[in-house]
Design a protein around this ligand. Structure first.
Ligand SMILES: O=C(O)[C@@H](CO)OP(=O)(O)O
Ligand SMILES: [Mg+2]
Length: 428
């Protein structure tokens, strides 16, 4: 029997960084090797994402994943046992077919993804390959170290709506290596914490380990970012620049207005574009994610025309779905795609989304979720797909550090550094 034949699949419920249930799967092979992976979970989720199957009821406040675990054990495992784990696209399409719904709502995107990822690990193990090499093989890419985009200040659904905008992030664009980039980011994060403490602002951690100073306006947050760069001894716009995730789908009311509750005002789509124009003209902002909502297809092309000299990333807009990315490319919406494996539901589908974006010249940002586990596959995925950029959250909590530290280990292999070329021609 071929050594890569699947001999067993196991699943269990364990907990993510918010203390909520999530799913882990283990795929064992005839060779005796196995692979294990657990899946993350979002808070500011898009409507077009793969379905995260939750149990409802009383246990775990309705958030249990016992049904998804059962689906792996009783439905997915019997069908996949005997199949070749090295044929990733066959495994993934088999699970999609078994599910039979467009958003994987029957078996659960969480159940399917856990198995899909565990199969990649198992195949890497049998080939004695580092995981990033296996991802590179699947993606047909040359591995490269990604440029991190790191959360410093949090708002929105990650910080009890303490600020209207969800993330203010640092991009160490002038760094010469991943190691240097990470060091600069840590200095900025330290400086931001010190400045908050000095000003009597809260220094407790938000969901992704960022600070949530609770500013009423985005400009106060941007000022704090600049102060932190300076206090860290780094040059704004040259060494480090600012990225923003507006997560604006979570601000939209029933009439399509963007409600900034802390600021006490609403913006039309044109108003949102105007606000972002002001950010870009006054601060070294080089990337804005979800500057408009996931349903605002009519206004994304206009925003892209006006602001497309910087990176405009579609997260909820694209939901890591090749069909939605294609719609964006055809209509001129955004110039980069956020890539989250659990929005898509399978590894093959995620690679397809990356390929679709790249072929059209869209940049990609490989991203974690606000609910994560200590699993570090995301680091290998970003390197293996030469994803260019990686967004994992802040440098404070171990579920995030697991990824940053895995990248430090991988860096020892001497791979090329994506640096600013990852941001694309529209860059700075
Ligand atoms: O909006 C995002 O990009 C992500 C990660 O920061 O958040 P969530 O996982 O809550 O969707
Ligand atoms: Mg986002």
């Amino acid at each position: 029997m071929t050594s890569t034949i699947i001999s067993a699949i196991h699943a269990r419920q364990l907990l993510d960084s918010r203390g909520r249930p999530t799913l882990e799967a283990e795929v064992s092979l005839a060779s005796g090797d196995s692979g294990r992976a657990s899946v993350p979970s979002g808070a500011s989720t898009g409507k077009a994402e793969a379905v995260e199957l939750r149990d409802g009821g009383h246990a775990w406040g309705g958030l249990g994943v016992a049904q998804a675990v059962d689906n792996v054990r009783k439905l997915i495992a019997p069908s996949l046992i005997g199949m070749d784990a090295s044929d990733q696209s066959k495994l993934d399409s088999m699970m999609r077919e078994m599910d039979g719904t467009p958003n994987l709502g029957r078996l659960g995107g969480n159940a399917i993804l856990a198995v899909s990822l565990a199969a990649v690990r198992a195949s890497a193990a049998v080939g004695r390959q580092p995981l990033y090499r296996r991802f590179a093989e699947l993606a047909g890419a040359e591995p490269a170290m990604p440029l991190p985009m790191v959360n410093i200040l949090s708002g929105g659904l990650h910080a009890g709506r303490g600020m209207d905008v969800q993330d203010f992030l640092v991009m160490p664009v002038g760094a010469g290596s991943y190691g240097e980039a990470l060091q600069w980011v840590c200095r900025v994060r330290d400086a931001a914490g010190r400045i908050c403490a000095e000003r009597g602002l809260p220094t407790l951690l938000a969901d992704e380990g960022g600070l949530s100073p609770g500013f009423a306006t985005s400009f106060e947050a941007l000022d704090l970012m600049l102060r932190s760069f300076e206090a860290a001894g780094l040059r704004a716009g040259e060494d480090v620049a600012i990225a923003i995730d507006v997560a604006s789908s979570s601000l939209v009311d029933e009439d399509g207005a963007y409600v900034f509750g802390r600021e006490g005002r609403s913006y039309s789509s044109a108003g949102m574009i105007g606000l972002q124009k002001e950010w870009i003209s006054r601060y070294p902002v080089i990337s804005i994610e979800d500057g408009l909502g996931e349903d605002d297809w009519d206004n994304w092309p206009e925003m892209t025309r006006q602001l497309g000299r910087i990176q405009l990333v579609g997260d909820d807009l694209f939901a890591t779905r090749p069909d939605r990315i294609r719609r964006g490319i055809e209509s001129g919406a955004a110039n980069a795609a956020l890539i989250k494996v659990n929005q898509n539901g399978t590894v093959s589908g995620t690679l397809d989304a990356i390929r679709t974006a790249r072929e059209a010249g869209y940049a990609t940002v490989i991203s974690a979720r606000s609910g994560e586990t200590e699993d570090d596959y995301l680091a290998d995925l970003a390197v293996g797909t030469a994803g260019g950029q990686i967004k994992v959250g802040s440098v404070r909590t171990s579920e995030r550090m697991a990824k940053y530290n895995q990248l430090l280990r991988i860096e020892e292999a001497g791979l090329p550094w994506a640096g600013t070329s990852a941001i694309g021609p529209f860059g700075r």
